[in-house]
Design a protein around this ligand. Structure first.
Ligand code: ADE
Length: 227
């Protein structure tokens, strides 16, 4: 899987994705990335990429001509699905991550300032994706999150530790709690059923825990699950 990253801060990549399992997968070429510095397409001696918004208001908006030139520097056949990271976007979900992780390449536009001129997003059919209901200072950390979630689903990245069917969200529920050694820690036991060796009872307990946790923490998910 290949990621093209349109950014003003190319040095923000690969960040944490260069470490641990995703880092190993990067050296094995399971995934790759390329940064395109939007600044290289800026205008004038200051390599300006933004301007004041029509209609007034605070902040600066990234110019459509600059973004387009940066985008067009990526060969069309290497662009793949185009994504703009934005708090106004479709919320990222595990379902969407699964879908994106099957793509050969993604082009992710990371905005700064107040945002990007809408016309370039429309003209090039960028899909807007949000990582949650809060505002970051730029799209780069959001892009890293999309990448991380996709990369761990790629063949061979997680090895034996991947149990996708039991993960949070994969069945519409949050995951049950986990325990390991020591069996007694600070006078605290682990739930008896887990040391019983009774597989069916363990499964039933885990299911019940998943349901309880989801009901309390995520009534929105619970409502959908119960349908
Ligand atoms: N850029 C700024 N905030 C963001 C968010 N919540 N999701 C995606 N991109 C963003």
């Amino acid at each position: 899987m290949h990621f093209n990253l349109l950014t003003l801060f190319p040095e923000m990549f690969p960040a944490s994705l260069g470490q641990s399992l995703s880092g190993k997968a990067l050296s094995k070429n399971t995934w790759s990335y390329e940064t395109i510095n939007i600044r290289d397409f800026g205008l004038g001696t200051h390599k300006s990429v933004d301007d004041t918004p029509f209609g007034g208001g605070a902040g600066m908006v990234m110019r459509p001509d600059i973004i387009e030139n940066a985008l067009l520097s990526i060969p069309k056949q290497k662009q793949g699905r185009k994504i703009y990271m934005s708090p106004r976007g479709t919320p990222l979900s595990q379902e969407l991550v699964k879908e994106l992780s099957t793509e050969e390449s993604l082009t992710i536009l990371c905005g700064r300032y107040e945002g990007v001129d809408q016309r370039v997003l429309d003209a090039h059919e960028f899909e807007e994706i949000s990582i949650g209901d809060y505002v970051l200072s730029g799209g780069e950390p959001a892009a890293l999150i999309v990448m991380d979630a996709c990369i761990r689903l790629l063949q061979g990245v997680m090895g034996n530790s991947a149990t996708p069917d039991e993960e949070s969200f994969s069945n519409g529920l949050l995951e049950y709690p986990h325990y390991t050694k020591p069996a007694i820690w600070n006078n605290l036991d682990v739930p008896k059923v887990l040391t019983s060796g009774h597989h069916a009872n363990i499964k039933a307990w885990q299911q019940e825990q998943s349901e309880e946790i989801t009901k309390h923490r995520r009534p929105d998910l619970w409502k959908i699950y119960k349908k």
